[in-house]
Write a protein that binds this ligand. Structure first.
Ligand SMILES: C[S@@+](CC[C@H](N)C(=O)[O-])C[C@H]1O[C@@H](n2cnc3c(N)ncnc32)[C@H](O)[C@@H]1O
Length: 269
């Protein structure tokens, strides 16, 4: 089966999709009217949301580079998003071209971009799995995973700006535990998470009205910390994505309140 053609038939351009809305906020070209309308409605209530997208993406790049420089050569990036500058494999393979990356996303539009994503540096390898974070067993059982990653060796699991699409009744702890239990000692988790912690009640009310399908689940730093509790946080622990290992990023820097997104890197025991 040509999965790309299959994916095209699954793309619904009449409802907003997180991957396309994020691409819109990042200044990309892969979005439709419904994504722009939803993105603009959220930005009207929360003007910092585009900054959040940009800073989150930059955090992901710094975290991948940090782990590549620690010697990590395998990456499992779940909630890949539409390709944008500094995709995981580009950064990892710029440190070591032999790095291997498996991408996973449940949005068919991301799948249509898979061929572009799959262009690996010579000596490295990239794969793309059409999978859902809410079904971690299926991701782990997919044949393309062991074909690309050696799970007996350390892997960096990336859950960057995707956990906030997992509702509490979908058991985020169980998902994280299932995935990390499959990884070798010395593996890492990179995670970021949007928050409404800093927002006034009227803004939260506007964002809640916009979250018509209930798919978005903001969390506090305390709740994010609970999700990461089984792991050893790399310094400085849970931090605004704008400030995690950002000493060398040229200023002026936005405030943590404007960016409203936490990030962390943790070592899996
Ligand atoms: C905000 S984008 C983040 C992209 C990238 N990780 C980054 O931080 O730049 C969120 C991505 O997660 C994907 N996503 C949302 N829910 C998902 C799920 N249950 N399983 C897999 N991917 C999911 C969306 O399709 C989208 O591509």
């Amino acid at each position: 089966m040509d999965t790309t053609d299959d994916a095209r038939t699954r793309i619904d351009t009449t409802v907003a999709h997180p991957a396309r809305r994020y691409n819109y906020w990042l200044g990309g070209k892969d979005h439709f009217a419904a994504d722009r309308a939803s993105g603009d409605a959220i930005a009207a209530a929360m003007p910092g949301v585009k900054l959040m997208a940009v800073e989150n993406r930059a955090f992901m790049g710094r975290a991948v580079r940090y782990l590549a420089e620690q010697g990590i050569r395998q990456f499992l990036d779940i909630g890949t998003g539409i390709p944008a500058p500094n995709n995981t494999h580009e950064i990892a393979q710029s440190v070591d071209p032999s790095s291997r990356v498996v991408y996973v996303d449940n949005d068919p539009i991301v799948l249509t971009h898979a061929r572009a994503l799959l262009t690996s540096a010579p000596g490295g390898a990239n794969a793309y799995i059409d999978g859902d974070l809410r079904d971690p067993e299926a991701i782990l059982a997919h044949p393309d995973l062991p074909a690309t990653l050696d799970l007996s060796r350390p892997v960096a699991l990336l859950l960057v700006a995707v956990l906030h699409f997992i509702r509490e009744d979908e058991h985020p702890e169980r998902i994280i535990e299932t995935l990390t239990a499959a990884l070798a000692p010395g593996s890492y988790l990179v995670a970021s998470h949007a928050t409404w912690e800093y927002l006034p009640a009227e803004v939260i009310a506007a964002l809640t009205r916009n979250n018509t399908d209930g798919r978005f689940q903001a969390r506090t730093a305390a709740r994010f910390a609970e999700l990461l509790a089984p792991f050893d946080l790399v310094e400085p622990g849970i931090e605004s994505v704008a400030y995690w290992h950002a000493d060398d990023v040229p200023g002026p820097r936005p405030s943590a309140e404007e960016v409203a997104c936490f990030g962390a890197v943790a070592r899996i025991r």
